[in-house]
Design a protein around this ligand. Structure first.
Ligand SMILES: C[S@@+](CC[C@H](N)C(=O)[O-])C[C@H]1O[C@@H](n2cnc3c(N)ncnc32)[C@H](O)[C@@H]1O
Length: 192
């Protein structure tokens, strides 16, 4: 039986070809850096990058002086992340829905384009909240894509409200983040 993990394993080789995945274009990379630096506390913070994929954001944030642990359940994604970011971040194969991290051990739980795909996003948000040290924050990048997949901003804000969390929404319509114009909903949420 093919699992979600198998599908992501198969995606790993070409994953970074998408502009927002590989951040190969300097303008795109700079836009993401600016966005995330503004969303995170000053370095050095302890950042868990859950569903880190090929480690693009782990590497970016390590480069900003943060201490980053990346976790992904796809061994092929983690293998590529280790090549790219293994010198800069700790990288582990593991479940983002139940991360193998101690309670209250993170200043930031970062998750880009993964929450929507988890079987129980509400339960995941409760667990992630438990990973945060006092004053910590969740930084979520999500979308409701033209494919029909994803979470609307309203759905994500509702999930956070149900978890008893404040949230600040930053819509991300700018083409620079995505390598071109978009016609669907993409956004970042910071929840303290
Ligand atoms: C769309 S990619 C995003 C990767 C990375 N966050 C980024 O933005 O570049 C989704 C990633 O989430 C991972 N993933 C999906 N479900 C997961 C789970 N339950 N636990 C850990 N990783 C998961 C996949 O293996 C894949 O690497």
């Amino acid at each position: 039986m093919t699992t979600g993990r198998d599908l992501w394993d198969a995606e790993a080789e070409s994953f970074d070809d998408q502009p927002d995945h590989g951040l190969a274009d300097p303008a795109c990379r700079a836009a993401w850096r600016h966005l995330l630096v503004a969303a995170l506390p000053p370095a050095p913070a302890r950042v868990a990058d859950l569903g880190c994929g090929t480690g693009t954001l782990s590497l970016l944030l390590a480069g900003e002086g943060h201490t980053v642990t990346g976790i992904d359940y796809s061994p092929a994604m983690i293998a590529r992340a280790r090549v790219k970011a293994g010198h800069a971040a700790e990288l582990h194969v593991g479940d983002a829905a139940a991360p193998p991290l101690p309670p209250a051990s993170c200043d930031v739980v970062l998750c880009r384009h993964v929450l929507w795909a988890l079987p129980d996003p509400a339960a995941a948000l409760r667990r992630w909240s438990g990973l945060l040290a006092p004053g910590g924050r969740l930084v979520l990048v999500e979308g409701r894509w033209h494919t029909g997949g994803g979470l609307t901003a309203g759905q994500t804000l509702d999930l956070l409200r149900d978890a008893g969390r404040e949230a600040r929404l930053r819509p991300m319509p700018e083409p620079v983040f995505w390598g071109g114009p978009i016609d669907d909903e993409r956004y970042l949420v910071v929840s303290r």
